[in-house]
Ligand binder design. Structure first.
Ligand code: NAD
Length: 264
């Protein structure tokens, strides 16, 4: 049997109990990577997810429920992962939340939470993953930014600031490691129909007294020229490419997969 390209590597994906993170975890597992899950959710469902992924792809899996707003929990997760697997070879900083309000109405506590989860957590995981990556002279850091890492929308000050911020962090991480086998890149998705976006669809349907389908249609029409959602599977395939040898000189890129959103 041919060895899978990521066999023997360990991938930690933050926020991988749902949506895009889960899609990326499954795509990396299919290439042979051991998977460390993180994120919130029902304990029994997460245990099933771990077991199912291990059985389906023949890889090892683990789960650490670190809250990405808490640096000491992030540190513990990184220490435990390195103790169990030896290193984090592939780090996908994906955990993220959204809050929609104008700046003057934005709850201060929500601002702090969005910045902590979407941006600061990636600083912590990255600083803690780099020493073991450097020892092996191999690593892949993939930051899940957003089309909102490249352009803005009204009502999303914290989200847009965090996503522009993580694109900046991506470039600095790439440059500081440019002469090593460690690359860092960002993926900038457009609309993906995950629980994070479903909430915004539901809010639009309620506010405008329209059906869920109509709300989805309008949401896409406003920003995404393709009129179609991007899928977690498509994003997983891009993450696999960024982990490949072919992508060894892709460094510091913010790669949009957005149905044409930022081409406008
Ligand atoms: P989701 O809500 O389906 O998943 C978010 C994940 O993050 C979940 O696993 C959740 O448990 C985890 N999480 C949330 N708060 C956490 C915390 N404090 N600590 C640990 N884990 C936490 O959302 P998604 O749409 O899959 O989003 C994933 C990433 O993709 C986010 O960074 C988001 O900003 C980004 N993104 C999403 C879209 C989209 O259209 N869905 C578009 C662009 C970018």
């Amino acid at each position: 049997m041919q060895t899978r390209p990521l066999a023997g590597k360990t991938a930690l994906i933050t926020g991988s109990t749902s949506g895009i993170g889960l899609g990326i975890a499954q795509a990396l597992a299919a290439e042979g990577a051991n998977i460390v899950f993180n994120g919130f959710g029902d304990a029994a469902q997460i245990a099933d997810l771990q077991k199912q992924t291990a059985a389906q792809f023949g890889v090892k899996t683990a789960y650490f429920g670190a809250d990405m707003t808490k640096p000491h929990e992030i540190e513990q997760m990184m220490t435990d992962t390195i103790a169990q697997f030896g290193s984090v070879d592939i780090l996908v900083n994906n955990a993220g939340i959204q809050h929609v309000a104008t700046i003057e109405d934005f709850p201060v506590e929500r601002w702090d939470a969005v910045i902590a989860i979407n941006l600061t957590s990636a600083f912590h995981t990255t600083r803690l993953a780099l020493p073991a990556m450097k020892q092996k002279n191999w690593g892949r850091i993939i930051n899940i930014a957003s089309a909102h890492g490249l352009v803005a929308s009204a009502g999303k000050s914290a989200y847009v600031a965090s996503k522009h911020g993580i694109v900046g962090l991506t470039k600095v991480t790439a440059l500081e490691n440019a002469q090593t086998g460690i690359t860092c890149n960002a993926i900038c998705p457009g609309w993906v129909l995950t629980p994070l976006v479903q909430k915004q669809v539901d809010a639009r349907a309620a506010a405008n007294n329209i059906s869920i389908d109509q709300a989805k249609h309008e949401l896409l029409l406003e920003k995404q020229p393709s009129g179609e959602f991007v899928t977690p599977e498509q994003l997983g395939a891009l993450a696999v490419f960024l982990c490949s040898d072919a992508a060894a000189q892709v460094r510091g890129v913010a790669w949009n997969m957005d149905g044409g959103w930022v081409a406008q």
